[in-house]
Design a binder for this molecule. Structure first.
Ligand SMILES: *Cc1c(COP(=O)(O)O)cnc(C)c1O
Length: 233
């Protein structure tokens, strides 16, 4: 059975409740809710759009472009959050407002070169490989500062912050640790940026299973799929 509009509405209410309770508890401001709509239909997106969610995140280029075509009447802010092969960078630079998954210098340079001059700068986050996983993409912590300094000077991009996808952890205290590291890295980058460079203001962290831990550590964009739309097939 496809998920009904009512089920999506109920889930949205549940997610917003979790977010507001956690923000109260940890004295944080409400982060932007990025609805992760990979594998979901354009109609599912429309349902949330109608109840005031404007930011949607997609992982697969062709699937995202198809849905964008069906939603041209909506004023959606589109975020690309999946891995990007170099031969796909041009389409990403042309069709998205944000990219959270910038994981190498070469990709940042391509996106900057390929961003159409008719559009505002592409808003980007650097993906940080916070658990040092050889299988995962992203900058290692010790290379992130130098990468951020270089990328912050590229034209046509606006470096906004850092994104991470930590390994699963069991407890709340354990879940907080990688998010705390990323938050500290953001401060450290801000202290080392060249003069006249805009400070990074974005932490893209937290998914359905670790919403509260990410909020405790000051996330500003929380990326939620399952908790809004139900389990993926
Ligand atoms: C799928 C995905 C999410 C959402 O994960 P859920 O556990 O379904 O909330 C968030 N971020 C990225 C990068 C993803 O690929």
């Amino acid at each position: 059975m496809p998920i009904s509009e009512q089920q999506i509405a109920d889930r949205q209410q549940g997610v917003e409740k979790r977010i507001s309770l956690a923000c109260q508890k940890h004295q944080r401001s409400i982060p932007t809710l990025l609805a992760v709509s990979k594998t979901r239909t354009a109609e599912n997106i429309r349902t949330l759009y109608s109840s005031s969610i404007k930011n949607f995140g997609e992982n697969y280029l062709q699937e995202a472009l198809d849905k964008q075509q069906q939603l041209t009447d909506c004023n959606i802010c589109w975020h690309f959050i999946g891995p990007i092969q170099s031969n796909k960078s041009r389409a990403v630079a042309e069709h998205f407002h944000w990219v959270h998954s910038v994981d190498r210098l070469k990709l940042a340079k391509r996106l900057s070169n390929q961003r159409p001059s008719t559009l505002p700068p592409l808003q980007i986050c650097l993906q940080v490989n916070i658990d040092n996983e050889t299988s995962k993409s992203g900058f290692m912590i010790d290379e992130a500062v130098n990468a951020a300094i270089e990328i912050s000077q590229l034209p046509n991009l606006r470096l906004r912050g850092l994104m991470c996808i930590p390994q699963k952890r069991e407890t709340f205290a354990e879940q907080r640790q990688p998010f705390e590291k990323v938050a500290r890295l953001l401060s450290s980058i801000n202290q080392q940026l060249p003069r006249h460079t805009l400070a990074l203001d974005t932490l893209s962290m937290g998914m359905s299973d670790d919403i509260e831990a990410a909020i405790a550590e000051g996330t500003t964009i929380i990326r939620i799929g399952t908790a809004l739309f139900g389990p993926r097939q």
